[in-house]
Design a protein around this ligand. Structure first.
Ligand code: HPA
Length: 301
């Protein structure tokens, strides 16, 4: 275990002794979901060495340790983004910490813009797959390579074992064998997705399913981008993919949930504001709460 990982893990261990099995990441405007938890310890990110700190609005920036639906969970109330200047390795650290503490299933939520014309603001979408336009790639060993030049996990521009590895990893990342690390179909677990959809049916509200398109941001899309991205997927957002790839490289199962905060209408464009995104996300919170509690109650962990 490297020093950063062990110091971060030790800081959490001094405040909370339980073994979590599920990790939850709460996206923009969704921090209130911690009220569904019995919180045993709340640790601000700044008290955890090397943990990235949320600078985005509506991201609280604290790790909530405790129980939800009888399951030991670690919840990140607030996440960090590439657009805040963090590297892929920075965003990967909290996932490695969760994994070291015991987490084997990760529930990742986000606020996203709807691309699918049938979606409405306030909808929830179960992520079935993603399109990564964030400017980095993930290699089977978990090493991430930022296409802008900086690589993840402190290995900078070299591969895990030097130059030769770097090219092997990079070629793998563009060949079908990338699937060796990410799974033949999708990074997202179909049993968890089915459980989420049935929790929504049980709660009597519609739940969409579809593809998340990830961009680096922080700008919202141009009309031309919205039009183009409609061919790629159903929602667009600025997060999630770094954490999903980190979790998959550690063998975790992943459930991804998007809240649709605005729907792109390229031919009748409206200005998207971050206040509106936060407001609609918080309106959708009860649905997400029901889905997460339903999923936690569905399995024996
Ligand atoms: N684009 C990108 N990210 C977003 C959006 C959007 O329209 N809405 C909420 N997050």
């Amino acid at each position: 275990m490297d020093a950063e990982l062990s110091q971060a893990v030790a800081a959490i261990r001094t405040e909370w002794a339980s073994i979590p099995t599920v990790g939850v990441i709460l996206g923009t405007g969704l921090g209130g979901l911690t009220s569904a938890m019995h919180v045993e310890a709340e640790i601000p990110y700044h008290r955890i060495p090397y943990f990235p700190r949320s600078t985005a609005m509506a991201h609280k920036g604290a790790l909530h340790c405790g129980e939800m639906a009888g399951v030991k969970v670690l919840t990140m109330a607030g996440r960090c983004h590439l657009y805040e200047g963090y590297s892929v390795a920075d965003l990967r650290l909290p996932i490695r910490v969760m994994h070291t503490l015991g987490v084997r299933t990760l529930i990742i939520t986000n606020a996203a813009g709807g691309l699918n014309a049938r979606f409405e603001p306030g909808d929830v979408m179960v992520i079935e797959d993603h399109v990564n336009l964030m400017g980095f790639s993930a290699c089977p060993s978990g090493l991430t390579v930022d296409l802008a030049g900086a690589a993840g996990d402190g290995e900078k521009e070299r591969g895990r074992d030097g130059e030769k590895d770097r090219f092997t990893e990079s070629s793998l990342s563009v060949s079908p064998s990338l699937c060796l690390s990410i799974s033949p179909q999708s990074a997202y677990d179909s049993a968890l997705a089915d459980a989420a959809l049935s929790a929504a049916r049980h709660g009597n509200f519609p739940c969409q399913r579809g593809v998340y398109v990830g961009v680096k941001g922080p700008n919202y899309e141009t009309r031309a981008e919205y039009r183009a991205f409609r061919r790629f997927g159903d929602v667009v957002g600025m997060s999630t993919i770094p954490e999903v790839l980190a979790a998959r490289s550690l063998g975790m199962r992943v459930l991804g949930l998007s809240t649709v905060t605005n729907v792109a209408r390229p031919d009748a464009p409206q200005i998207v504001t971050s206040d509106e995104v936060v407001e609609v996300a918080s309106i959708a919170q009860p649905k997400l709460r029901q889905i997460i509690l339903g999923v936690l109650g569905f399995f024996s962990w």
